[in-house]
Design a protein around this ligand. Sequence first.
Ligand code: CP
Ligand code: NVA
Length: 306
Amino acid sequence: MTDLRHFIDISKLRAETLALIFKESAELKRRLKAGEVYHPLANKHVAMLFEKSSTRTRVSFEVGIHQLGAQASILTRENSQIGRGESPADTARTLSRYVDAIMIRCYAHDMILEMAEYGSVPVINGLSDFSHPCQVMTDIFTYEEHRGSIKGKTVAWIGDGNNMSVSWVHAAVKLGFTLKLSCPENFGPYKHVLDWANDQSKGAVIECKTPQEAVEGADLVNTDTWISMHDQDTPLRNRIFRPYQVNEVLMALAKKDALFMHCLPAKRGEEVTEAVLDGPQSVIWDEAENRLHVQKAIMLWCMKVI
Ligand code: CP
Ligand code: NVA
């Protein structure tokens, strides 16, 4: 048993830890806006390993690392020995001799688990096929900035039961809100994730028959691309998901002051219309900005500054 603080899934963290990260995110945002220089990670180094593309995760982590006084190294599958078959375990053992934390964006979630098991520094999940906890932490922080505590609120997830939806399920259980899911048959989140949620907190996650039922009375409406980076782009998916588009008619069923979120990148006109994405209820650019502040807080927690 190590005392390393990994940030791999929201389901594995205590509610008090999540609260601490949110509180620190607000403080870091305040410091930055006030122009304060704050270098609690001076002389530290973070390695970031990307098997998949990224705009927000890569830049927000890199900028955040620099703002905290640390430095970053970026590896990809192609430019590192991972692409030539070096195992995640050996990569983690090696990187741990140089750096103070490792952030990973990858396909198989097991790669993150293996690096956490064999490395000796904290590991942060920057998205896997299974989950995307940095984004969902950010989304909740963003909701609370706009509307106050998410506890007791209702969040609708419309569309693909993908990595984002899994982290939303984890968060609903940990933070005490209701998640209403509307996904096409056979495209919902993994059964073991739903079973876990049901065991932990009956009623926290509700599977709805239609997008309309899920959005009805919701405080927050959320969707994501129909074709994630690990999916095959098939016309079939586009046909199946078509009735799950978030548009103004659907949004009108949510509470009047409901917010709309999307982790981005969005396919405008597919999972969401331009009118909603760019409309008055959308907080997508705040979400994108807040990745910076929340991930800085996550790194401070992982490296035991908070
Ligand atoms: N939302 C998100 O993780 O964006 P990127 O894929 O651009 O990092
Ligand atoms: N579900 C998307 C999220 C992108 C940030 C994907 O995995 O591609």
